[in-house]
Write a protein that binds this ligand. Structure first.
Ligand code: ZN
Length: 178
């Protein structure tokens, strides 16, 4: 079984009716494929990391569960997806603060997915900005993403450089509009 393409198909089914909030309204699965593509550029990439990247938003944003992911893709993948899943039972501001505080305590796999996820989101912010976000909201997101990733540095030079390039791209796009 080719587990990576199985995971891609599973993610596409789970995110079937979701779209990105950017002006282009991309299918949500484009985002998780982008995150997997980004982590694939790490010299540390292996199948479990690619699969966890493809599934990183399944628990948070769909009816998929850790148990289902474990039964299909194994406990290692399920564990990493859980690590990058926000606790939606707590208010959004507290969730965002928790991401900042907790990244440095996470596994290397989880940190790599965070680096790629935030890079993907910052690139999307520059290229297809959310329709209803004003300049201040976009700037606050960029600043927050940079603070989260402060806890994932000094691990993977390739993913860190790619994140920094996306961060610079997002900041330039805000200056251009600002
Ligand atoms: Zn994501």
């Amino acid at each position: 079984m080719h587990r990576v393409i199985e995971a891609c198909a599973y993610a596409a089914r789970k995110h079937l009716h979701q779209r990105r909030k950017g002006v282009a309204g991309e299918p949500y699965v484009n985002h998780v494929i982008d995150v997997a593509l980004r982590v694939s550029r790490s010299t540390a990439a292996d199948d479990d990391l690619l699969i966890a990247a493809l599934l990183h938003d399944v628990i948070e944003d769909t009816d998929g569960t850790a148990e289902e992911i474990e039964s299909l893709f194994g406990p290692d993948v399920a564990q990493v997806v859980l690590e990058v899943t926000d606790d939606k039972s707590i208010p959004k501001a507290a969730r965002k603060a928790a991401q900042e505080a907790e990244v440095k305590h996470k596994s290397a796999r989880a940190k790599r997915i965070k680096l790629a996820d935030k890079a993907s989101n910052l690139t999307a912010l520059a290229e297809s900005p959310p329709l209803h976000w004003d300049h201040d909201r976009a700037l606050a997101y960029v600043d927050w993403a940079e603070r989260v990733i402060a806890g994932a540095r000094a691990l993977d030079p390739d993913l860190e450089a790619a994140f920094d390039a996306s961060l610079a791209l997002a900041r330039r796009s805000l200056v251009a509009k600002g």
